[in-house]
Unconditional design. Sequence first.
Lengths: 1249, 263
Amino acid sequence: MPSSILFGINNEGRVHTLSTTGSFWRELPYGGQEFKKLSALPHFLWALGGDHQIYVYVHGLDIPIRVREESYENERWYPIEGFSSKLLPTDRHQYSDASGSTNRSMDTIRLPSMAWQWEGDWKLELSLEGQPLDHNGWTYAMDFPSQFHPKKQWTSCVRRRLWVRSRRYSAMNSWCAIAPLHKDATSEPFIDISIGGQSVPGAEEGTMLVWAITNLNRVMFRMGVSTKSPEGIRWNDVSVPLGCEICQISVGSTGLVWASLACGRALVRGGVTRDNLQGSNWIEVRNPAANLRIVQLSVGTNAIWALTHDKHVWFRKGVRGESAGVSEDCAIGSGWIEMVGTMTLLSVCANDQLFAIGADDRRVYFRTEVTQSDLTGKRWKTLTAPLQVSRASSNASLNRDKFHRSIQMLGRPSSMYEPASLRDYNEQSHSAPTAPTSLPLNDASTKFETQPKNPKAWSPIHSVGSVVGMEVHPETDESIWSECSRDSCIFGDDEELGWAEYEAPWSWVEAGACIIEHSQIPNWFTIANGSSIDELDQPWRNKILDALKYRLNDGDKYVDYEMAVDTSSWIQTGEARVSLKKSAYFECCLQLEWQENSGTLTILNPDGASTLASFSLSDISCIQNCSEPGNPRLTIQVPRLSPPEVKLQFASDNSLEEWQTHLHVTCSKIHNIVGKPNDSCVWSVTKLGDIFIWDPTELEKNQLREDEFYVQKYDLSGKESPIKVALRVGCNPGSVITLSGCFSEDAERIGINLDADSTYKIRSKAHVELENTVLHINPRFSDDFVVRNTMIDGKWGKEERDGVMPFARGQEFTLKIVTTEDAFILFVDNQKFCSYRHRLPPQSVSHLSIWGRIQPYRLVINSPQIIIDPYNVFWRQIGGHVRKVESCNIGVTWAIGYDQTAWVYTEGWGGGFLGTMESHNIHPMTDSQDYRVYENQRWNPVTGFASAGLPTDRPMWSDASGKQKRLKDQVKLQSKHWQWISDWMVDFHVPGGVDKDGWQYAVDFPASFHSNKNFTDYVRRRRWYRRCAVSTTGPWQELGHTKLLDVSLEPVRDDLDTVVSVWALASGGQPMIRVGVSKHNPMGNGWEHVSSEKPLSSISCGPFNKVWATEKKGCACVRVGITEDTLEGEKWIGVESPSGGALKQISVNTIGIWAVDNLGRLHVRINVSSSTPQGTHWQTITPDPPVLSSGTHTKCFKQVSVSRIGVWAVTDGGSMVRRLGICPNNPAGSGWDIFPSERWHYISIRAFN
Amino acid sequence: MANDREILRELWEGKLPVCFKLDLDEVVEMQQPDPFYLMVSRVSYFPLVIDKVRKHFLRYVASDKMDQVMWLDYNGQPLKWHYPIGVLFDLLVSVDDLPWTITAHFEKLPEEHIYDFKTKDDMEAYFKSCLKEADVLKFKGQLVSSMQIKDHKQLWMGLQNDKFDQFWAVNRKLMELSSEYENFRHIPFRCYVGDGYKQALVKPVFENGQHKTLKDLLDELFPGKQTKIKTHGINPPLETPLQWMSEHLSYPDNFLHLCVEVC
């Protein structure tokens, strides 16, 4: 659960914050302005000041709000003058937008308000679709509404180029006044303000709705408020029915608006939809009883709460926020229900949790047990979070005196002296600023990146603050935000002194930015709750613990005593359904037997009479959840056995998890896996979001070592030639292969080959296999010599046959092949026989093959590198649900969820299905995903578009491909840990665009869809989605609010105390670096934004001074100028995309630069050297037949991960492959080693060195 | 909520060394049986841990007695084996007498003194009734009655097989405070005095909301008397809050078993 903030205003008009991860109220730095009312969404706070003007406060955003202004300069060609800015009268403006419909003359494009600053001057855009343009940036076309091309052709009659300039919202983390309605701000002050609408069904991401009321009871709607435009554009007067005097207004998360009238009734705004955010009409709703006037309303999503003038609390039943825009009944609900308690203020969260302020005690209350099935909750609970007062805050004596004086000097009554009530506006004096904001002058010209790291050194509040003659002391107020988001960069960290606690009467509470679950209540109620953490320090507790520990202090005497209950061996039995060899599932009995240190899993017939399969737990390499909705399933990988995988289906999620736990615990015991995994682990994620790690040091520990070598021995006696042995490691210089055997009496020609993987070429659409043999040793006994040769792409080279024949028929021999930098040296029976210069890179050797009349005995490989046999890899599961994990070689590991939440590994283990058993340092985790179905329709002449298709058509409700039928009401959740968090809704953000009802049109079904219906379009479809969320646990801690697309970590130096360079992409594709990340502080301290003209899709860093990224358009770019002191580097340099493909994902390290494109091909950057760090071109690797057959439905590569020593990739079919034969001469390597397990989605081998 | 895992784990791990001897009068073989040494869990019950002992002694007794219930005595006093083992020890034995020497019998079950637990199911039924009683005291019995058979089974098997996590996965729910109850209604406890035990309805908090301590409980039960308390082999400090004690120091049957010595 991300941390979020509850806001409150105390009786002095000061704004306070309470973080869901904290337990103290803290004051927001006082800027000379008291506030009466607040309304908040995460990061955006709107307030009604004591002067009855409206203020906005944007805070806690890691990414600056930047808007790119564009202006196209258009020119037309004339026979004599050539291109000229003179255009035909029918043409567009000389400076226009992309469509040409509006004038975008550069001097008319101004900053929307003084809260914005330009970042640099107008610049030309010098690339088109990832292809570089010449320095003038012109693109050419035949005529204006057309496709523009980078090159001029003889038909090119018009040209245009794009000017761009970015502006940035610079009033972040400070109060920014909204311009008043009239020049004299006091002529029509405001009396209420409300913000909401962050999840209007189908609306653009970032939409926010702001409503306000003036003291003339006019209703104002703020146009154009969004995350890109926090202050909006202007007020729009929304008329109200005659005689209705609106006093208070509240807008919910779905845009539903309720307002209370002076007469005590309520008005509801109907028809708020994505097309009409203001709504269309007012509907009057009666008050709970004739004599009870509604004085305040608060709107959540499905909950409306009201206060009547007698301070009683009422709940409106039957409201459905998501449908409120289209159904009047859902907007107005069906009746009032009275609740116990008397309150003066109510505030509802977006998820319908309710906060209130008590009528008499003025304390903040929380409504417990509010769930979607019971929105009214159970009872009121008092928040007991004390107030922390810092010396810098208004309540410290010094400031207080100053404040009092200044107030008295101004002779201005203030809400500070009276409990703020909602109806005392008119007596207040007003002194609103005349301009919205003003900025210090010297900032205007500086570029963002060169700005001080601490943007708090100035504040536009100055103009507002001057009203009371006070200035903020921003450098002393860090602590307010530091709890919830270390990176919200408002305040400095130096305030430690002067904290005090006191209880204050509250006048306002605002929960709009607060997200809490009824099941995970923050630590705000400690005193009321019986037990708390404090108990751990109580003397009586420690006395008891000590006494318990020393109960049997001479326990050693009794070590020989048998335990009454033997826990060292046990049998677990159960029922399941099994699928062996991909068969259908059938009933079986499972029996897991554990004795001392080994275990056996046996699968029996349902009657228990005969065994279907039985294997030792040490054969298991991976236990994966492979459930499908409604079918809880486990896959047990036993790669060395036949069948290599066993699938089990269980009756329930509980029974699945019980077995998963047993198998996990026992397999971990066998592999001696306890506690924290090693730093150099390989991390991987399955398609279901489960996280696995493999510890290479386990393999290393178990591998034979002789001197400097890793040794692998094979016993080949009893095997008949021909024989093929997979070596699992190339012949790196220094390695020695020793083969002993005996030639037959009748031996003639013998082959002993070191083979590389075959080359595959596509000829007439089929793969042709061309064999490669690195070293062919061919004793020919009748000719009495030994032929040595190499086969490249199926063609033999020149034979070498000099030297005496060292072998003899019927004799035993020992052949030793030593690899050096430039040759193989062959020894026979310890006598040097010959050397053979490398013709193919020796690293590419993958197999030893032997043919002819020969009996081999023994094969020994001595390799200077670790030999990784994919069949010896054991995957250990770690709790959590994420989309990707990235690690680095000092073990700092981050993960990104499907909802783009960033998580940082806590160095714990367990969680998830393991619960709290066998777990350490785990935290709750959530993630969310969308289910999508397509509604398909075909046009017919009678009824138009209808849900009756042709018999050959796809199902009328289907998946994206149209092959699978998908009915909305039949979509099931993955497991008991998932729950729906929305209803089915039409998706308006589908690639290709949609019309106003969400439809996309096409000529026929398997075609490309577009948003407007053309004459020839006979079919249409629309996408529905429904969001679900999982709650689980794992050794992960949430990083902050900033959503991430991608992340890459790389230590700057090799020691453990090193700083880690962390590059990440925010959800909009903006690059950032994380400051202060190290082994001891894996979360780092804050984000620093790195400018990039273009949004990026993937980023990778390795070594720390080499950062590559892919742009959303598909080309790559390199960051240059990175040094240990300037980890953020200087600038981006573009790198072209490979021909015919747009790059999607990139991974770089010392071994090379690898990327995946949209066609699922791999590309390796070639000729990378210190003089050409960007390389010269891309070499393409298409999936070859071994990869295509590595997993079911494998067609292409999906993701690649590059460490210092290797390249691993994951395919779309879910198989994991490892590139072989990479060496400086052949950076692209040759051939693949394929791992025996499937269903993988993401891999990170960056820690594995 | 019982969330102090360190304490819970330590309690669970409490073991006692026991030396079982067969009543010499019952030996029919020529050879004397060796004593049987066993580490037993303090929180368990004798009927759950003496299978091995019974097997060991079985071939030394008369064949017609073999199907009899094996019962135990200490110093000639039949052991009330429906008490947790730790309670019996704290009541009858001192740490200096370790190992605890217990005599096993196959004959003359003193039915007037101890329950006739023929099978473990009988023991389970008794254990369940204790749980239920405790739950009635804590929450009006809503939890245990709404518990699934599977959960009951898990709780019982957890105790029987010495599986802490398995047991606590279920027991946690029984110890959890809901929004309805900020504290238990009453503390389930038994104060062993002399031959029997005392029970009373004691709330964990005073009328004014202040938490009661162990001392307050003793003052209510033994007004004006000096008492010494022992449970789990330790003397808990008198200032320990009752609510916490009940959550953390209860035996698996959810009762606090306090051995009281009135001075």
